[in-house]
Every structure is written in C-alpha cells, then in structure tokens.
Design a protein around this ligand. Structure first.
Ligand code: GTP
Ligand code: MG
Length: 344
C-alpha cells in the first residue's frame, strides 16, 4: 500500500502551497482537481546511480501520496474532507510562521494548539458516536474508546494513551487522527531561511517535549523551486542556503518516524526502489514487490549498495564473493539490492 501523508493545519497556514511544492503541481493542475491528492516520487540518488550502471528500460522510484486538506472554516478540518485524511498513514500539521497578508500576528504555538484541539474534537465526535450508538460494541473496543474519550474531551493530546499493536488494530477502522503519527511543519518566512528563525525555535521546543518531529520549510520558496529545471534549482537552493529539497527532508523524517527503509531491485528491464519496514525479513520485503514472491520465497541474492557501487557490476560482485545468498531469516538493510528467487 502506498504511504499516504495528509497535509493538515489551520486555514491559510500554507497547506496548498506546500502540497504544490511537494508534488510539483502547478496552480492549473491543482484547481481542476476534485481530490487534492497527488503522488510524489521519493528522491533517492542511489536509484539513479544504479540506473546509470544497468541502463534499464525503466527506472521506477518509490512513491508517496500527499493529500491536501482544504481549509475554509477557522480550521483546516472541514468535515467532508476528514474522511479522506482518515486513511492517511501520517499527518503533517502545517503551522504558519510567516506574516500573512491579511491575518493578524504570528503565533505558531497558539495555532498549533488550536489545530490540535480541533483535531481532537473531530475524533471525540467519532468516539462518542460509536459509544452511544453501538449497544453491541465489543467489550475490548469499548474499553479502548472509553480510555480515549476523556483526553479527547479535555483536548489534551499529550494524554492520549499509547496503544499497542493489537489495540490499534481494533480501532483501525475508525481512522482516528489522534492515533496517527504526526509531524509538524513550521512554514517559515523566506527571511528565516535557512536556520528557521525564532518561531521555528519555539515550535521545536514544544515538539521535542511531545516527541513529535518538527521541520522548517518555506513553502513559498519550495513551490517556486518546484517549477525550475534542475540546474536553476541547484543555483537557487544554494542562494537560500538549502541543501536538500523539502520533499527529501520531509520524506526522510517520515521514514524515520514510521520506521521505513528503502531497498532496490535492479536489472536491464527495470531499476526500482521499494519501501519496507526497518527490521523486515527478506520474504516480507519480497512481499512488497508481489505477494507471490513472499509466498513462494526460496532465497534472495543480496548486495549492499556501497559494495555494489565499488564493484560496478553484478558479475564483478559475484567474482569477489560479495553477492551473498540469504535465506528467509535475513533482515533486509537500507540500500540492499535484492534479487528474489521464488517458486509458486
Ligand atoms: N510569506 C509566505 N507566504 C506564504 C507561504 N506559504 C503560503 N503563503 C501564503 O499564504 C496564503 C495561504 O496559502 P495557502 O497555501 O493557500 O494556504 P492553505 O493552508 O492551503 O489555505 P486554506 O486551504 O484556505 O486553508 C497564500 O497567500 C500564500 O501565498 C510562505 O512560506 N511564506
Ligand atoms: Mg488550501
């Protein structure tokens, strides 16, 4: 299933600007859309380096889906749009740290808090509704919902219980926003690039206490960069003191937060990047490619990316004994190049 990231936050925080920047969509692309959903390629230089060597017919990056939440009311959480974001894997909370043309003041901490309150209230409605309506609620589910109702009604995001995997599974169909992994994006003004400035520093402090990763992005500058070709982009990024695009930085953080990593398949037909969990064993990783590969997994030929690049080809790697054969207990490492042997 593709990783899906919901872009949420208060109205006018810069969500759509960020969405455009991350997905390289122009104004025209976005306005014609019913579903503000777009797929972005995960930037990974290693894939393109592999493609230089293999010269495949096709090179396919891993992808991430972004969903832009419309604003409109005082908060970014319009009810019709909520159902969309309930299926997201992770939420970005975009917080305004720039002077807005017509909104007064800049107060990222207050904005973050009112956004979180809004988010919890939306969940509270779901939880209460479920508790009221469902007489025949499974007792386990009822207990979990009851444990949530209090912190939700208090608007206290820090008091949301940490559920284990089984408990999360029980609640998963509700798509509760408060249980989703979160990341805060400080949407900073151009003048605060590249360090982030005082508002970012304030947000960072609060986020650190909540163990929520926080990232400073200037959505407007990034949206401008997204329209440029590669050489112009590099020049402008250097001017702003930016080393990596917002997409790259954001995805790195998301992967870390979600415990994800990348592996590759490479050949003359296709070079491709795949996403799997950190700690995944070879058959599970193979399952990302196709369920048949997991079901019929026999073994995997494996080489790590740096060793492969040193060898320059699979033939040389084999000669040097660097292409290993691993069984079903092999724990896949970030950057591994895998060739799965299977039989169904
Ligand atoms: N200075 C500055 N202005 C920005 C930045 N990001 C967005 N803006 C401006 O803020 C306004 C709102 O941006 P949007 O991206 O439409 O915000 P939004 O969160 O999608 O708004 P709603 O969909 O109405 O909730 C626009 O006028 C943007 O040009 C930024 O990084 N810096
Ligand atoms: Mg918008």
């Amino acid at each position: 299933m593709p990783l899906s990231i919901g872009i949420t936050g208060l109205s006018q925080a810069g969500k759509s600007t960020l969405f455009k920047a991350l997905t390289c969509l122009s104004e025209a692309d976005v306005s014609g859309r019913k579903q503000p959903l777009a797929r972005a390629a995960v930037p990974d230089q290693r894939l393109w380096k592999l493609a230089e060597i293999f010269q495949p017919k096709k090179t396919t990056p891993a992808t991430v889906d972004f969903l832009d939440m419309p604003g409109g009311t005082s908060s970014g959480l319009g009810t019709q749009a909520i159902s969309e974001v309930r299926t997201s894997t992770l939420l970005l909370a975009v917080v305004r740290c720039f002077k807005h043309p017509y909104l007064e003041g800049v107060d990222p901490l207050a904005d973050l808090e009112s956004f979180e309150t809004e988010l919890l209230l939306t969940d509270l409605k779901v939880v209460e509704g479920k508790l009221e309506r469902a007489k025949k609620l499974d007792p386990k589910e009822r207990t979990l919902l009851e444990a949530l109702a209090h912190p939700l009604s208090e608007g206290n995001i820090k008091a949301i219980p940490h559920f284990n995997e089984e408990e999360r599974k029980i609640l998963s169909s509700l798509g509760l926003l408060c249980l989703k992994p979160r990341l805060v994006v400080a949407n900073i003004s151009e003048d605060d690039l590249p360090q982030g400035g005082q508002y970012y520093a304030q947000l960072q402090e609060v986020c650190r206490a909540q163990e929520v990763p926080c990232l400073a992005i200037c959505a407007e500058v990034e949206a401008m960069l997204a329209d440029l070709d590669e050489s112009e982009k590099a020049e402008f990024m250097a001017d702003f003191g930016l080393e990596e695009s917002a997409l790259g930085r954001l995805i790195n953080l998301c992967y870390r937060k979600l415990g994800l990593q990348t592996f590759f398949t490479a050949g003359s037909d296709e070079c491709r990047a795949w996403t799997t969990k950190v700690g995944a064993k070879a058959p599970e990783a193979a399952g990302e490619i196709h369920s048949d590969l997991q079901r019929g997994f026999i073994r995997a030929e494996v080489i790590d990316y740096p060793s492969f690049m040193e060898c320059g080809s699979l033939a040389v790697a084999k000669e040097k004994g660097l292409l290993r054969v691993e069984g079903k207990d092999y724990v896949v490492q970030d950057g591994d190049i895998l060739n799965i042997r299977f039989n169904v």
